[in-house]
Write a protein that binds this ligand. Structure first.
Ligand code: SAM
Ligand code: DTB
Ligand code: SF4
Length: 343
């Protein structure tokens, strides 16, 4: 029996990974620069081939440890060295997170993502508390995701054993642009954590931000790196920079909606099976703009009035948008169940 399961899994792995094209940067740039309407149609075709049209994953985001971070990510209001209005808050307690998870579930979320303003996870009491948070949320039938900074393979395994479903670790921009945005760690440190997460059997969520003054080539370079990961990440969040006062990015102009649509469509084409998340920045987008993003292949959002520290559309407004656009919330663990059915 185990042998049959092994062969079925192997065939599935080969089917998924060998069918994925190895994109070059030039090819991705060509996709990105396709005339917009043609690009949207093409992305929508790919979307229909690999996903259920109208099904959107809804994640709730909770900052379990806020501010005071030693890193210098120039977009981030939680870096201790910038003078923003974010107040430092020590790690939340398990009962506080439990209550937030109940609210998220009652509100219809299928995934809960826990964020900590840490450079990396340390093997201390706080980590034990996070493991308890993961167990608690998992027992409610919600997918649990965490974004805690760099992790070792052993820490990723302990998170997986506690019931973590996904780990978010963004590469944020292209390899070439990385040192212009963050100096306290290297692009390779990010890739290393992503590999550790994979080795632990967790699903990978990794994406980045547009609107930080990067060139089109950097947007393409970021998608290029993500597209070459094998397996490709299960989720890719595309964030529009939320320019926060006090950060070095405070004066960046808002991202034009057309850039967001282009970025989402290109991500959809080069990452055909991935959940592409229309992530930070939705507060200033019109419903029509977001509709174009869904049309171009976005099939995941963060819902709830707050992202980590900045505002997000109200949950009821999003549900109104879902009604108007004919979108439905994706149930938790669907992808896992589909995989298990194959065995
Ligand atoms: N400290 C951990 C880390 O950096 O991996 C986890 C939390 S960190 C805030 C998670 C991600 O949020 C970052 O990688 C970045 O992509 C995104 N982010 C942070 N500030 C942002 C902003 N102002 N606008 C858009 N995205 C932002
Ligand atoms: C991701 O890609 N975006 C989310 C989540 N992963 C952790 C965070 C967005 C943060 C936006 C700024 C803030 O609210 O602090
Ligand atoms: Fe710290 Fe993460 Fe913010 Fe960077 S993005 S300053 S690592 S909380």
């Amino acid at each position: 029996m185990w042998f049959v399961a092994f062969i079925v899994n192997l065939l599935e792995y080969m089917k998924v990974n060998m069918a994925i094209k190895d994109w070059t940067k030039e090819e991705i740039l060509e996709v990105y620069n396709t005339p917009l309407m043609e690009l949207i149609y093409r992305a929508a075709e790919v979307h229909k081939q690999h996903h259920t049209v109208g099904e959107v994953q809804v994640s709730s985001l909770l900052s379990i440890k806020t501010g005071g971070c030693p890193e210098d990510c120039s977009y981030c209001p939680q870096a201790a060295r910038y003078h923003t209005e974010v107040k430092v808050h020590k790690l939340m307690s398990v009962p506080e997170v439990d209550a937030a998870a109940n609210n998220a579930k009652a509100g219809g979320a299928s995934r809960m993502c826990l964020g900590a303003a840490w450079r990396e996870v340390r093997d201390n009491r706080d980590f034990e508390t996070v493991l308890d948070m993961v167990k608690t949320i998992n027992s409610k039938g919600l997918e649990v995701c965490a974004t805690l900074g760099m992790v070792t393979e052993d820490q990723a395994k302990r998170l997986a054993e506690a019931g973590l479903y996904a780990y978010n670790h963004n590469i944020d921009t292209s390899e070439e642009n990385y040192e212009n945005i963050i100096s306290t760690r290297k692009f390779d440190d990010r890739l290393n954590t992503i590999h550790n997460v994979r080795k632990a059997g967790l699903t990978v969520c990794s994406g980045g931000i547009i609107g930080m003054g990067e060139k089109v080539e950097d947007r393409v370079g970021m998608l290029y790196t993500l597209s070459l990961l094998r397996p490709q990440p299960e989720s890719v969040p595309i964030n529009a920079l939320v320019a926060v006062e006090g950060t070095p990015m405070e004066d960046q102009p808002p991202v034009p909606i057309w850039d967001m649509v282009r970025m989402i469509a290109t991500a959809r084409i080069v990452l055909p099976r991935t959940a592409v998340r229309l992530s930070a920045g939705r507060l200033t987008m019109s419903m029509e703009g977001q509709a174009l993003c869904f049309m171009a292949g976005a099939n995941s959002i963060f819902a709830g009035e707050k992202l980590l520290t900045t505002p997000n559309p109200l949950y009821n407004q999003d549900m109104e948008m879902f009604k108007i656009l004919g979108l439905n919330t994706k149930q938790p663990f669907i992808d896992k169940l589909k995989k298990e059915e194959l065995v």
